[in-house]
Write a protein that binds this ligand. Structure first.
Ligand code: ARG
Ligand code: ZN
Length: 891
């Protein structure tokens, strides 16, 4: 087909769910592992599900060579079954079935990194969501849970380590240079949690004692040469185990728990039962190669995958429309884990702000674009396209709202009931909501709309004060824009945590109609359930400044008209640290919008004294934790500023933001220098919260200082780059050096640092990813530079981390260059989506989403984006993954 709309691929619908026609009780698998041709023999004991409308025995398979198919001991003739695409149907099968299947697969040819594939000569699997069908024919759907026994056979020299889920029950030599290992998983599981790993790997291991006294074996497996980078992952695993015992009373149910790191991985990590497989990015760390951000990422992803053992594995999803049941809940759990580990109130707030920043920047944008979907989608073409920020991060916000509404203990009761009811089952999001409602006695019927309606609600705020009567009223009005397939929205159940500040900045005691049982409290959680509601506060002796949506109590956009004075007041005094930060962001955002318009109009750019002084006060406020100051002083990103406009001008936004950074530095240079000196942390690196906080504020100061550079500040950066012994400081210095506006000679010195960095870390793949990323996102980097970097010997499209660092870095995180007026960014994008589509559809489809918001750009750019989208749509052999994204963008 040669037009500019991709053929709309076949969607599947939640409403069409039918229970499986057959259950599987046991799965026995034998693998003869060979990189070119792996032979898989599978024996399934199955029984009819008499409650299902599905009468055929249905199996799924993809990219398989079927060698043998026997039912109850008899070879099945071709006429006894039918295959249509990925679906095999066996009609008229008896109620009890033993199915024997032999397949052959080609791991080295599998560049999709789904199913069984090769990574640096090792075998790795990734089965979620539908990768198991690339290993054998199987009822590959999450509601079919079975017990697995797995026999692995392979060459002993090439594959000395053989791992699968559960417990190792037998191993030995086969005599012919090969050996075997037999694994048994004692728990029933869906096929997406199957895993095997084989190859040359080494591990750090430890016996760990659970609170119950039981001892378990913990292992972190990596490629040779990386054992000096596993300690942090091991520590994070132990912290995770302890946290789930303490906070939720959930114990590790296996005797052995393994983490394996691989450098070829589509996503972050995978929670396979007892055998978690990770992207190296979320395992490997030591001070030389990993930054503070990396350390934090490892902690939260190790936690995330471990917590899935209960929320995902013990209780799993009935179907993939319920994905957020496990992902939203598990993200909430990993967020709480990281917050609890820091422990302090500021630490919690810092974590909350970081999470909300991502939600707003990425998920709100998804909600406003062509791929908008509810937390529990109604349909999809390719499930891999739905591992989204909506399912994960908004899903976590939905879980957090139960927590906010029910309180700490109420939420725990709900969790306990959820496990009491559903352990060992495959269930729906509604079952989780029912557990929360039934355990608390609360009516959460309306809350269901958070699962069924897409889009980010707006909450508009109006206030009125009657001084004589001492009555203050807040009127909240909610609305939500249409999203694809959902024209009308009904009101959501929105928890609005709030307080009122008096003129001294103190919280006023609250007496709110309808909330009498909490009379006198400093803060309340108002519940907005109608379109418009007025909340009436009495005994309010002076006009307050309202602090609303404290701690970001709901994933909404708050439309409220604050004066600069109100914002300064909140910034200085709000007892809720999130809203203090928020007030600063509002002050900044207002100016950035104004300045962007001034750039477009060619007007003179000016920054007011009130703002500069506010920033100076924060910078120098030693009562504030340095990490909190760092967040406060970071301007809203270019992507966030873009959301304030109906038509986006990326270059003007960039210019305006750079102007503010440079002007702040011009005025605050002495303060920044002093902060830089104060927070220098010489000595041994430690990834604890207090040291991280110091480094982050110091490095923020450095990045500002280079915005108004002279030889002395340049020297600071060069010295830090040369002399720091940890990657956090080195990368911060190099980032500042890669982005500053200096003279020719200064720029040369910076370029030298970049070269040196490459040479020094040539053999550390994760650091080379940073090196590419740094250049991809530098505002001096244009399409031509990207093309040159793609020719670099260290670049390859087949490794997702590498592709993401350079290509995604440029297309998603360098807006002013990617959206070059000549459209060259889009042309490159189209070529790369098409190239990646052949190699790895999942990664290609992610990149395809870079043009999601094309309708938000000026006409001349829109035309070029549409042409690029059309070019991809017209490409041959488009995967379902890419076709879905492109057809939705063009719809
Ligand atoms: N369940 C994994 C996690 O959240 C994500 C794996 C998704 N992989 C995929 N290919 N869709 O940790
Ligand atoms: Zn997950």
């Amino acid at each position: 087909m040669r037009n500019d709309t991709a053929p709309t691929p076949q969607a599947i619908y939640r409403k069409d769910y039918v229970a499986p026609g057959y259950w599987v009780d046991t799965v026995e698998m034998g693998f003869d592992l060979d990189l070119d041709h792996t032979h898989v023999a599978t024996r399934l004991t199955m029984r009819r599900n008499h409650d299902s409308a599905e009468k055929d025995l249905v199996l799924f398979g993809a990219s398989l060579k079927l060698l043998q198919l026997r039912m109850n001991g008899v070879n099945l003739k071709k006429s006894a079954y039918s295959i249509d695409g990925e679906i095999m149907r066996i009609p008229n099968a008896p109620d009890q079935v033993v199915l024997e299947i032999e397949t052959r697969i080609q791991p080295v040819k599998n560049t999709s990194l789904s199913g069984l594939y090769a990574s640096n000569g090792n075998f790795i699997t990734q089965c979620e969501a539908e990768g198991f069908r690339k290993i054998t024919w199987f009822p590959d759907r999450p509601d079919v849970m079975a017990k697995y026994t797995v026999m692995l056979r392979a060459d002993k020299k090439k594959f000395p380590v053989l791992l699968a889920n559960g417990n190792l029950i037998e191993q030995g030599d086969l005599g012919d240079g090969r050996h075997f290992a037999k694994w048994e998983d004692p728990f029933k599981k869906p096929s997406y949690l199957f895993a095997l790993v084989a190859g040359k790997l080494v591990c750090q291991e430890e016996k760990y004692q659970l609170q119950s006294g039981r001892k378990v074996l913990l292992q972190v497996w990596v490629e040779d040469g990386n054992l000096d980078k596993t300690q942090h992952a091991m520590d994070s695993l132990k912290n995770s185990i302890r946290w789930d015992e303490e906070r939720f009373g959930l114990e590790l149910d296996l005797d052995r728990f393994m983490i394996v790191a691989t450098s070829d991985f589509n996503m972050g990590a995978m929670e396979n039962k007892g055998l978690n497989i990770f992207n190296t990015k979320y395992v490997l760390a030591n001070p030389r190669i990993a930054t503070d951000v990396d350390y934090a990422g490892i902690e939260s992803v190790v936690g995330h995958e471990y917590f899935h053992n209960w929320t995902g594995n013990r209780v799993t999803c009935r179907d993939w429309f319920q994905l957020s049941l496990k992902e939203g809940l598990t993200v909430f759990r990993d967020q709480e884990f990281s917050a609890d580990l820091v422990g302090t109130a500021t630490g919690r707030a810092v974590k909350r702000i970081e999470d909300v920043r991502i939600l707003r920047q990425v998920q709100f944008s998804e909600d406003a674009g062509p791929m908008a979907h509810p937390v529990r989608p109604d349909s999809f073409v390719e499930i891999n396209n739905f591992y989204t920020v909506t399912i994960y991060e908004k899903g976590a916000e939905v879980v957090r709202m139960y927590y906010t509404l029910l309180g700490h203990d109420g939420f725990r009761k709900g969790m306990d009931l959820y496990f009491a009811r559903h352990d060992g089952q495959a269930v729906e999001c509604d079952d989780f909501r029912a557990a929360m409602a039934d355990s608390s006695g609360r009516d959460l019927t309306q809350f269901e709309r958070w699962y069924s309606q897409a889009g980010t609600p707006h909450v508009k705020v109006q206030t009125a004060y009657d001084a004589a009567a001492q009555i203050y009223e807040i009127t909240l009005t909610q609305s939500c824009a249409a999203t694809p397939g959902q024209a009308e929205k009904r009101p959501f159940h929105i928890p609005v945590a709030m307080g009122l500040l008096d003129s001294a900045g103190h919280d006023m005691p609250l007496h709110c109609d309808g909330y009498e049982n909490q009379s006198g409290a400093n803060s309340l959680v108002l519940e907005l359930t109608d379109t418009t509601q007025t909340f009436r506060f009495s005994q309010i002796g002076s006009l307050p400044v309202p602090s609303l949506l404290r701690n970001f109590s709901a994933p909404v956009i708050l439309d409220i008209e604050y004066s600069d004075d109100d914002l300064s007041h909140l910034l200085a005094h709000d007892s809720d640290p999130f809203n203090r930060w928020e007030a600063g962001q509002r002050l900044a955002s207002r100016r950035l919008v104004r300045l962007t318009k001034a750039v477009q109009q060619g007007e003179k750019l000016e920054l007011d004294q009130l703002f500069i002084e506010a920033w100076r006060r924060i910078l120098n406020d030693e009562s504030l934790d340095p990490s909190f100051r760092e967040l406060m002083l970071t301007l809203p990103s270019e992507a966030m500023i873009a959301e304030e406009f109906s038509v986006v001008d990326p270059q003007a936004i960039h210019t305006a933001r750079q102007f503010v950074r440079a002007t702040l530095t011009q005025h605050l240079r002495a303060d920044l220098l002093r902060i830089y000196e104060t927070y220098l942390t010489p000595g041994k690196y430690s990834p604890d919260a207090a040291s991280m906080a110091k480094r982050s504020l110091k490095n923020l100061a450095l990045s500002y200082l280079l915005e108004w550079v002279d030889d002395s500040t340049l020297a600071l950066a060069l010295t830090q780059f040369d002399e720091a012994e940890n990657m956090t400081d080195r990368l911060a210095a190099l980032t500042a050096l890669t982005n500053f506006n200096g003279s020719g000679k200064q720029v040369k010195q910076a370029a030298k640092a970049l070269k040196k960095f490459y040479k020094e870390f040539k053999h550390e793949a994760l650091v080379i990813d940073k090196w590419f990323m740094l250049q991809a996102t530098a505002h001096t980097t244009d399409v031509k530079t990207i093309c040159e970097l793609m020719e670099h010997p260290a670049f390859t499209l087949t490794n997702p981390n590498r592709a993401r660092s350079l290509i995604f870095g440029f297309c998603n995180a360098n807006p002013s260059r990617f959206h070059a007026a000549d459209g060259s960014g889009y042309t490159l994008w189209a070529e790369l989506v098409i190239a990646l589509n052949k190699i790895n559809p999942q990664v290609a489809a992610r990149l395809a989403r870079s043009l999601d918001r094309w309708k938000k750009y000026p006409g001349h750019l829109q035309a070029k984006m549409k042409a690029a989208l059309g070019k991809v749509a017209a490409a041959k052999n488009l995967s379902k993954d890419v076709a879905e994204v492109i057809s939705k963008a063009l719809a």
